[in-house]
Ligand binder design. Structure first.
Ligand code: SF4
Length: 255
């Protein structure tokens, strides 16, 4: 079993450092991306999970010594400049887990002009009540908690981490809603259902409704994207998706 706490410590050791009172993280790329109708994206190094369908595994999750250490104000400025030059209104950190080194993330959010919407894409494992309150304090932040699988068993198969961490992701949603973020507007759930049965998806929606009835309605269902390097990783991990799309977005039959 892979321990997310150990992975967090590894990221902190190799991909995070303090300099002049600021917390720096490694980033391996800045890009404008098509998701959400256009979003300026900074790809951060390091994650506390090892998902078997992760598109970023080569550049980020499995190597922690790539990319450059960057100050939070520099990350915010590069994102805002890219967005301004391309006429994009949304920003995000992707490629790894942004809530590792929360002081860095919060400093990025403070440095971003409020005219931009910042989407915090996270697996939610590290969002406790304190961090949820901090995130809820930003009027321009939307948190997207991406749940790995629809059940604890699927979470374990996808991540090779103890299945009980699945509930941390639901706790993150609960903490964010209780901190005052409006479900489906300020915070919503996504779920990797590429390995899920219909019954598993039903159980997940029940669990989301138990936190707030609206969360099940705006669930963003993620499918496996069959990039060649993702297919290679899934083979190595013995994972067979039930629902997938080609990199072009065309649904693929997995029968
Ligand atoms: S949580 Fe996201 S970045 Fe981390 S391993 Fe899973 S898919 Fe990759």
């Amino acid at each position: 079993m892979i321990d997310p706490e150990v992975l967090t410590r590894l990221v902190l050791k190799y991909s995070v450092r303090e300099e002049g009172g600021a917390v720096l993280r490694r980033y391996f790329r800045f890009r404008a991306d098509r998701w959400y109708g256009g979003i300026a994206t900074a790809d951060v190094v390091g994650c506390n999970l090892r998902c078997g369908m992760c598109w970023a595994w080569r550049n980020s999750s499995f190597r922690l010594d790539v990319g450059d250490f960057m100050r939070p104000d520099v990350v915010a400025r590069r994102l805002a400049e890219m967005a301004r030059s391309r006429g994009i209104a949304q920003l995000r950190i992707s490629g790894g887990e942004p809530t590792i080194a929360p002081r860095h993330l919060l400093a990025v959010l403070k440095s971003v002009p409020e005219s931009y919407t910042f989407i915090v894409e996270t697996n939610g494992i590290l969002i406790d009540r304190g961090l949820a309150r901090e995130l809820a304090g930003f009027p321009n932040v939307v948190v997207r908690v991406s749940i790995k699988g629809a059940t604890p068993e699927e979470f374990g198969a996808i991540t090779m981490s103890p299945p009980h961490y699945f509930y941390r992701q639901l706790d993150a949603l609960r903490n964010l809603v209780e901190a005052g973020m409006a479900p489906c507007r300020d915070v919503y759930a996504a779920a990797m259902i590429g390995f899920s049965t219909d019954d598993g998806v039903r159980r997940l929606k029940e669990a989301l409704s138990g936190i707030h009835e609206a969360l099940a309605e705006c669930l963003d269902e993620e499918l496996v994207i069959l990039y060649p390097h993702v297919v290679k990783l899934m083979r190595a991990r013995g994972l067979r998706p039930l629902r997938a799309v080609a990199p072009s977005g065309v649904p693929q039959s997995m029968i």
